[in-house]
Design a protein around this ligand. Structure first.
Ligand SMILES: Nc1ncnc2c1ncn2[C@@H]1O[C@H](COP(=O)(O)OP(=O)(O)O)[C@@H](O)[C@H]1O
Ligand SMILES: [Mg+2]
Length: 377
């Protein structure tokens, strides 16, 4: 049976969908224990992006709207799968399963009734119908049901990729949210992983509001501004930053309203100065987490779209002078492919009846098999 899997990831940045086709029987670039045969990215069209963004906060007739957004997302996922298979010259029948993350619109594990929920808009049945490939979806709910955060789920994959005896290493994913995996920081085999806070989500939003365009390319606008120490200190007083792991977050907390609340105090700074301060907030909160949880770390691998933000990288480097920061490209996996590959890996774990969560990361009561199965026939 084939060991080819597709991973589809659309994260909090709401930029679009990354998809990879991965062969787990072959060795890849560098020392990678898998071969990424191909990668494709498709942007959200503006109406879908706006609707997914709107579904992050309470609004009118959301069950109906979320169902239709799920259909639209499944069609986009299917289009990406078709494109990926075509460019890789691989027939769909060679793919064992697709791991389709869906779009997180609410993430409140442990809240309200003590169990809480995590909601990914998705329509895996339609994806199976359109692609004729089996689909694994809803990776997070089982971990939440077991008392966990349901996030981050990528640390198990980072461990499989990078853990070495006597080696303390970190992986920092700079998506909409920043999540950090620390391997070996508390002895061999130990894994810590959690969401630090915002990576790009506030930077993107502020840039879109004042400059248009999806994001601040290379962080050039942020680099032109001056960090406002009072604003930075106010934002850093957010209680989430001081919480011990396990913890995870999303747009539920870090959104434009959160930023506006902090800006409403005191004289409004120039827009570029706010952007600089937001970049510093990302760097500062991450650096504090690295120092608090893994002061022995010497290598920090960067992935997610924020790895291309030169200004953000420079700010991080200034705050972590003893740490070597490098893109995951150097280990054979470009930054845009890491998360999607992790969901191909998690789909494979499901198919092989293996558990996918790490209790040291999510805080779940025990290891669980993650996902739900949508057969193609
Ligand atoms: N060249 C670049 N310069 C600065 N930021 C970038 C660049 N390319 C991508 N990004 C940032 O990365 C984000 C997308 O990262 P991604 O890993 O896809 O996040 P998510 O998983 O949340 O969707 C963009 O929204 C943008 O903020
Ligand atoms: Mg993305």
């Amino acid at each position: 049976m084939s060991e080819c899997f597709i991973g589809l990831m659309s994260g909090t940045s709401l930029d679009g969908v990354d998809g990879v086709l991965v062969d787990f029987t072959a060795a890849g670039a560098g020392a990678l224990p898998m071969r990424v045969i191909g990668h494709e990215w498709l942007p959200f069209d503006e109406p879908l992006r706006q609707e997914l963004l709107a579904l992050n906060s309470p609004g009118h007739d959301q069950l109906h709207r979320a169902a239709l957004a799920g259909n639209a997302l499944a069609r986009l996922y299917a289009r990406l799968v078709a494109q990926l298979l075509k460019h890789c010259n691989v027939p769909g029948s060679d793919v064992r399963a697709i791991g389709a993350h869906g779009q997180t619109v609410r993430h409140r594990p442990g809240a309200f009734d003590g169990t809480g929920y995590t909601v990914q808009v998705n329509q895996p049945a339609l994806l199976a119908e359109l692609t004729h490939i089996d689909v694994v979806a809803d990776f997070r709910s089982r971990d939440v049901a077991a008392g966990g955060q349901g996030a981050p789920l990528v640390p198990a994959f980072h461990q499989a990729l990078l853990a070495r005896e006597g080696y303390v290493v970190g992986v920092l994913n700079l998506g909409g949210i920043a999540n950090l995996t620390l391997l070996g920081a508390h002895g061999d085999g130990s894994v810590t992983g959690f969401d630090c806070g915002p990576a790009n989500v506030l930077l993107d939003g502020w840039h879109q509001r004042h400059r248009g365009g999806a994001y601040d390319a290379a962080g050039a606008w942020a680099a032109s501004g001056h960090v406002q120490p009072d604003l930075l200190a106010r934002m850093l007083s957010e209680p989430y930053f001081a919480l011990p792991p396990p913890k995870s977050t999303g747009r539920d907390l870090f959104n434009q309203a959160w930023l506006d609340g902090h800006l409403a105090v005191g004289a409004p700074p120039a827009a570029a100065d706010v952007q600089a301060t937001l970049a510093e907030l990302t760097a500062c909160s991450i650096a504090a987490d690295v120092q608090r949880h893994a002061s022995a770390v010497r290598d920090l691998w960067l992935c997610g779209g924020g790895a291309f933000n030169a200004d953000l990288r420079a700010r991080l480097q200034r705050r972590l002078p003893g740490v070597t920061l490098r893109s995951t490209e150097a280990i054979g996996l470009p930054p845009t492919q890491v998360e999607a590959t992790a969901f191909a890996w998690l789909a494979r774990a499901f198919v092989h009846e293996q558990t996918g969560n790490l209790v040291s990361v999510t805080g779940a009561r025990g290891p669980r098999r993650l996902g739900a199965w949508y057969p193609s026939k």
